[in-house]
Ligand binder design. Structure first.
Ligand SMILES: Nc1nc2c(c(=O)[nH]1)N[C@H]1C(S)=C(S)[C@@H](COP(=O)(O)OP(=O)(O)OC[C@H]3O[C@@H](n4cnc5c(N)ncnc54)[C@H](O)[C@@H]3O)O[C@H]1N2
Ligand code: MOO
Ligand SMILES: [Mg+2]
Length: 688
């Protein structure tokens, strides 16, 4: 069943409200309904369909305007679903049901009853609502009340049944989506099973009894399969975050950010990272880690002269064995050289230029001294013992290692820490090359409780030493990127705004930690969206640790944007997600391409049983090369996200599948099994 392709069910949100139309900032319905729909997407464990919000409009209580939008969204855009809010009461200006009714081809009184029945369980005032529902063309239309709470409750009461309705309304075969799962669907939607008719249907929503966040079947990016909906990126004008100035009572009570898989998160990062810039750099030790932005050709030949490969005597190779006068000396040093004639030899050292006329070199081991000066300090005649010399024997011809114009390094080549590429460039006199600029990375800790790690004063209750900033600054530096310390920002919108504004002018990539989950002081997301007009590409990832990992881009000027990674505050979460998401992004910006962007992966044997978490887990471990050359992994112990100790001596992240991925088949990886490991540190050997 997971082989069916994902169908997108498009949605239009039509907010009918005089107040909200006059001041869009007062609207809460869009956020609320977006959250309901995101949650519905997050709970789909079968990739047969997903909701996609395509339209969002706020219009006044005006019958013509309502009908105009409905006409456009049904007849031109053929959306799957239109949800209106507002105008369903008894006030004079409440005209939504009338406007919608006139547009319907069919009514759907069942949906109306369903909504009213569930609302009446919550409040007797539901009786004051006049919802209508029906079909126009291919589109299902539902009217919800204007209060965000009422709208949310009504939509939640029917949303699990709407895919079925929408697909049928559009003339599709809804068996695809409800094949195998109608009973489950009915159970989840709180509707009694109608018996045998649906017996051949299979799962629409997977069972499993896990918390929705954790049960989302996601891939961990380590090659597990999954049934996740594709991520929804932010649409124009859609803001999911809490209101910055809002009260705690108004915050979201379930995350409005769809849970994306690690693989999808990587894809989004790769897509949204700005293009790499080209800069000129000197060829020196500072070039390590850069990627060439141009093909580089040899400016000179190596060797630049005919050079000896051995210490011995330069000869004319046709001369043969015999005793010859030593008429000159050539050391590996610049200088003029007297030409050599047949019947003469010249002493020569390794790397020294051959005298003009010499055609081969005989090793000193293949010679004997025949005559020395009287004081015994100098050679006069030497007997050559080697016979059958070939032309250029023991000689490096001009350009035999490399010729002027040869392609030395291709665009895209990495200047490695091994040093070979720098040597190559240096050998032919290249002093400057074009490379991709390495990003400068700013690191900011956030949180009222966070104090500098080196503050020389005991902690007061509630204070926490900042471990994320030194950790990340170190990791960034060690990977060869310039890191800028942005300090600690308090959980106040203004403070965060000032610090980020300053950072945007100084760095290419911003990393923040803390303040991205569900707390009322978790201000990163609303600040990015509302203050900086940024786009949050994902705000939740199906992984442990690191669930609230957030990635956004903030516009800076006309066509430019800068990436911001808002990592969870928990220290192990911040460190893991830095390696998993930020490092590849930095490498992409620095010009790495393809697989080179990502952490290296290997299969390792686990030395202990590892208990699986509902979420795909990145279990910190120390891996070693054992005597047989294989890789073995030892867990670093307690894996709680707050425990930075789980990163101590860790050089790998073991990719453990989430329980929701392996089904009920197993709850642990037994010792001796192999798992994939992402390598984040140096490999050690044991039993060398
Ligand atoms: N109702 C929910 N609560 C939480 C959820 C959730 O889904 N629903 N997610 C949990 C998960 S998972 C994580 S991870 C954390 C992430 O929290 P935030 O990113 O909002 O971070 P904070 O709340 O600011 O801090 C969390 C924790 O980490 C400590 N911290 C923060 N910064 C630092 C630092 N620089 N150095 C050391 N320690 C730091 C902070 O004091 C907190 O203890 O949210 C869960 N909650
Ligand atoms: O995802 Mo959080 O990072 O588990 O602690
Ligand atoms: Mg928090």
């Amino acid at each position: 069943m997971s082989s069916t392709t994902t169908k997108e069910l498009t949605v239009g949100l039509l907010i009918v409200s005089d107040t909200a139309a006059a001041d869009h900032a007062t609207d809460r319905a869009i956020d609320t309904l977006t959250a309901v729909i995101a949650e519905a997407n997050a709970q789909i464990h079968n990739n047969s369909y997903e909701w996609l919000i395509e339209e969002r409009r706020i219009i006044p209580d005006d019958k013509d305007k309502i009908q105009e939008k409905i006409k456009d969204w049904c007849d031109n855009k053929a959306l799957s679903l239109i949800v209106t809010t507002g105008g369903t009461g008894f006030a004079k200006r409440d005209v939504t049901p009338e406007a919608v009714s006139e547009m319907l081809d069919k009514t759907a009184s069942g949906l109306v009853h369903g909504m009213l029945a569930s609302s009446l369980k919550i409040t007797p005032f539901a009786i004051m609502s006049r919802p209508v529902a029906g079909v126009r063309g291919d589109t299902v239309i539902v009217t919800l009340p204007g209060s965000p709470k009422g709208a949310k409750e009504n939509l939640e009461s029917i949303i699990k049944l709407l895919p079925h309705a929408c697909i049928q309304a559009a003339g599709g075969d809804s068996r695809v989506i409800h094949s195998g799962g109608m009973k489950q669907l009915e159970k989840e939607a709180g509707v009694a099973s109608s018996g045998g008719v649906h017996d051949h249907h299979s799962h629409l929503y997977e069972s499993g009894g896990l918390a929705s966040d954790d049960a989302a079947g996601m891939t961990s990016g380590c090659g597990h399969h999954h049934h996740a909906p594709t991520p929804r990126t932010q649409q124009d004008g859609e803001l999911r975050s809490n209101d910055l100035t809002g009260d705690v009572t108004q915050r979201h009570r379930s995350s409005p950010y769809p849970m994306v898989s690690v693989k999808e998160a990587h894809k989004l990062v790769a897509q949204k990272i700005p293009a790499s810039e080209v800069v000129k750099k000197k060829v020196d030790a500072g070039l390590v880690g850069y990627i060439l932005a141009e093909d580089v050709r040899a400016k000179e030949s190596v060797p630049a002269f005919r050079a000896s490969i051995v210490d011995g005597y330069a000869v004319v190779h046709t001369d043969g064995v015999g005793i010859y006068p030593v008429v000159g000396v050539s050391h590996a040093a610049p200088g003029e050289m007297k030409p050599l004639e047949a019947g003469q030899i010249a002493r020569i050292t390794t790397g020294a230029p051959l005298p003009p006329g010499a055609t081969a070199v005989v090793m000193v081991e293949d010679t004997r001294i025949a005559k020395a000066t009287e004081d015994g300090t100098e050679e006069l005649e030497i007997e050559i013992l080697a016979s059958g010399l070939t032309e250029l024997e023991n000689v490096r011809e001009v350009g035999s290692d490399m010729k002027t114009g040869d392609l030395l390094l291709r665009k895209g080549a990495e200047i490695t820490a091994v040093g070979g590429e720098i040597g190559l460039l240096a050998s032919v006199g290249i002093v400057e090359i074009e490379v991709y600029k390495k990003p400068v990375v700013g690191v900011l800790s956030t949180g009222d409780e966070i104090v500098p790690h080196d503050r020389d004063e005991a902690l007061k209750v509630g204070e926490v030493r900042d471990s994320n900033r030194p950790t990340l600054l170190a990791a960034i530096n060690a990977r060869g990127y310039e890191a800028v310390d942005l300090g600690i920002a308090k959980d106040q919108p203004g403070t965060l705004e000032d610090v980020l504004k300053d950072a945007l002018s100084k760095v290419d990539v911003i990393i923040t930690t803390g303040g991205v989950s569900m707390g009322e002081k978790d201000l990163l997301k609303p600040t990015i969206e509302r203050t900086f007009n940024g786009t949050i590409h994902f705000g939740r990832v199906a992984m442990k640790p690191g669930k609230p990992t957030t990635f956004a881009t903030i516009p800076v000027g006309a066509n430019a944007s800068k990436p911001i990674f808002s990592l969870p505050g928990n220290p192990a979460s911040a460190t893991v997600t830095f390696h998993l998401f930020v490092l590849p992004a930095l490498r992409q910006l620095a010009g790495y391409i393809g697989d080179d962007i990502h952490l290296a992966k290997a299969l390792v044997v686990v030395e202990q049983d590892l208990v699986l978490d509902p979420r795909p887990e990145y279990h910190r471990a120390a891996i070693r090369i054992d005597k047989s050359g294989g890789l073995v992994a030892r867990s670093t112990g307690g894996q709680r996200s707050s425990r930075i100790g789980s990163m101590e001596a860790a050089n790998a992240l073991l990719c453990l599948p989430g329980l929701s991925e392996v089904g009920d088949k197993r709850t642990r990886i037994p010792r001796g099994d192999k798992v994939e490991a992402l390598i984040i540190g140096e490999l050690k050997v044991s039993g060398f």
